[in-house]
Design a protein around this ligand. Structure first.
Ligand SMILES: [Zn+2]
Ligand SMILES: [Zn+2]
Length: 426
C-alpha cells in the first residue's frame, strides 16, 4: 500500500466500511466528501488502486483493490458484493445499462448510499423508496459518468457539478440500510439461481441495425434496448421451471423484444479444435466491395439459390469461405460473427451457432436488398432494429434463443437509405 494505513483508518466515515452490499464507490466517495479531501489528498490517503478502480477505470485495467482492502472488509459478508459489479450482473452482455455511468436511486444517493446491485438493469426501482433507478443527474439530466473532471468532484456529484447528496450532510447516516440489505440478500440469491439454471453453450451475439443506431446516445451504444434479460428468462421458463420469478422491484418489462426459443440440434459436444477456430477467425476479410466470411459447411441450397447474384464460393485452404457483396452484411454483423468465434465457449456448439447465424444474417441482408429494390412492397426486414442470438444450456437440454426488436417502417427506410459505414477495418 502506498499510503499510511493508520491515516486511512483515521478518516471520518472509515467505520462505515462494514455496510453490507454497498459499493466501493459509495464508501470511498463518502470518505472523500466527509473529510473534504482534495484530489491530491484523496490519492495520498486512500490506496491508489481503489481510487483508480472507481473513478478512473480506464487508466489501468480496473485493478483489484487487493488484500489491503479485503483486510478492511468485514469478514461476515462476501467482500465481492462490495468490491465488484460482477456478482450483480448475471449476463453482462445482455444488460441494457451502461457500466460507465453511476446508476442508482435518487433518494439513496442523497443519503450517501449506492450499491453495485443498482448498476445492472435487473432492479428497476429502489426497493425501499420505490423510485425508478436512473443513471442521469436528477438536476440537469447529464449521464453520471464514473469518470469526470476530478476525483473529489466525482464523489456524489454529477459531471456538471450538481450535488447528489442532500443539503450539506456527508451521507454518514442512512436509516434504511438494514431494509436495503434484506432486499439485496434476496436479490443476490435470485441472481445465483438464474446463473446456476442458465449457462451459455455459445455466447449471446448482439447486433444493432441502423433504425436502432440512429440517434443513440454514446452511453447506450452497443447495449441492447431495455428488457432483454427478463424477456429471455420468461421465454425460457417453460423449459426451465426452476428459474426464479421476479419480484416487484425487478425490471419485468420485455421492452420491444420478441424472443423465440428452439431446441438446439447439436446436443452432445462435437469436437472442434482450437486450430480450426483460429482458421475460421483468420478467414474474415472485409473490403469496400466484397466481404469474405468463413463458411465451414456449405450454405443451404435454398439460401444459396436466392443469394446467387451476391455470393461467390471460395474453396479455400484451410477453410472454405464465401465472398459476398459488402452491402449485404453490416460491419456490426461481421464484428459479431468474429466475436462469437473468438469467445471461449464449447467449440462444437459455437461453430454450429456461427453457421446458423451466418444463415440468419445473409437471409436478413438478402431481404433488405430485395426490399430496397421494391419500395412499394411492405418492408419487413428493414424494420429489424436489434437482434440477439445465443445457445443456452438448461437441465432439460440445449436451446437456441433468438430475439429481435422491430421499429417503425418509415423510420427504418430512412435510416437504411442514409446508412454508410467504414468497411475496410479488417
Ligand atoms: Zn432508494
Ligand atoms: Zn447535474
Amino acid at each position: 500500500m502506498d499510503n499510511d494505513a493508520s491515516s486511512l483508518e483515521k478518516l471520518i466515515g472509515f467505520d462505515t466500511i462494514s455496510r453490507r452490499y454497498e459499493s466501493l464507490y459509495a464508501f470511498v466517495a463518502r470518505l472523500i466528501r466527509s473529510n473534504l479531501l482534495s484530489d491530491g489528498e484523496a490519492r495520498r490517503f486512500i490506496p491508489k488502486s481503489w481510487v483508480i478502480k472507481i473513478f478512473a477505470p480506464d487508466d489501468e485495467a480496473s485493478p483489484d483493490p487487493g488484500p489491503d482492502f479485503r483486510k478492511y472488509v468485514d469478514s461476515r459478508f462476501s467482500a465481492l458484493t462490495k468490491l465488484d459489479i460482477e456478482p450483480w450482473a448475471p449476463f453482462p452482455t445482455l444488460t441494457s445499462v451502461s457500466q460507465r455511468c453511476l446508476r442508482g436511486c435518487q433518494t439513496c444517493l442523497e443519503l450517501g448510499h449506492h450499491s453495485y446491485a443498482y448498476q445492472g438493469d435487473l432492479i428497476a426501482r429502489c426497493p425501499i423508496h420505490d423510485e425508478p433507478l436512473t443513471h442521469r443527474c436528477p438536476h440537469c439530466q447529464t449521464p453520471l459518468w464514473w469518470r469526470h473532471s476530478t476525483i473529489s468532484e466525482s464523489a456524489f456529484r454529477c459531471p456538471r457539478g450538481c450535488d447528489l447528496l442532500g443539503g450539506l450532510h456527508m451521507g454518514l447516516e442512512a436509516t434504511t440500510l438494514n431494509d436495503l440489505a434484506f432486499f439485496f440478500r434476496r436479490h443476490l440469491a435470485l441472481i445465483r439461481r438464474i446463473r446456476s439454471t442458465l449457462r451459455f453453450a455459445s455466447s449471446p451475439i448482439y447486433v444493432a441495425y441502423p433504425p436502432r443506431l440512429i440517434d443513440l446516445p454514446i452511453e447506450e451504444q452497443g447495449l441492447p434496448s431495455l428488457g432483454l434479460l427478463p424477456a429471455i428468462v420468461d421465454a425460457l421458463r417453460p423449459y426451465g421451471p426452476e428459474l426464479p420469478t421476479f419480484e416487484k422491484h425487478h425490471g419485468q418489462s420485455h421492452g420491444a423484444w420478441r424472443i423465440k426459443v428452439t431446441p438446439f440440434p447439436l446436443t452432445n459436444d462435437a469436437p472442434a479444435s482450437a486450430t480450426e477456430s483460429l482458421n475460421l477467425l483468420q478467414a474474415f476479410k472485409r473490403g469496400a466491395f466484397r466481404t469474405e466470411l468463413p463458411a465451414p459447411s456449405p450454405l443451404a441450397p435454398a439460401l444459396l439459390r436466392k443469394l446467387k447474384d451476391y455470393v461467390m464460393l471460395i474453396e479455400g485452404n484451410p477453410v472454405p469461405r464465401i465472398s459476398v457483396a459488402s452491402y449485404l452484411v453490416t460491419t456490426g454483423e461481421v464484428a459479431a460473427l468474429q466475436r462469437l468465434l473468438a469467445k471461449d465457449n464449447d467449440q462444437g456448439q459455437t461453430q454450429m451457432h456461427y453457421e446458423l447465424l451466418l444463415h440468419d444474417i445473409l437471409g436478413r441482408g438478402l431481404k433488405r436488398q430485395e426490399e430496397r429494390q421494391r419500395p412499394e412492397s411492405r418492408p419487413r426486414a428493414l424494420g429489424v432494429a436489434e437482434s440477439v442470438s445465443a445457445v443456452m444450456r438448461l437441465a432439460s437440454g440445449l436451446f437456441r434463443v433468438q430475439g429481435y426488436t422491430a421499429t417503425d417502417i418509415v423510420r427504418a427506410r430512412d435510416s437504411w437509405k442514409d446508412f454508410a459505414e467504414s468497411v475496410d477495418y479488417l
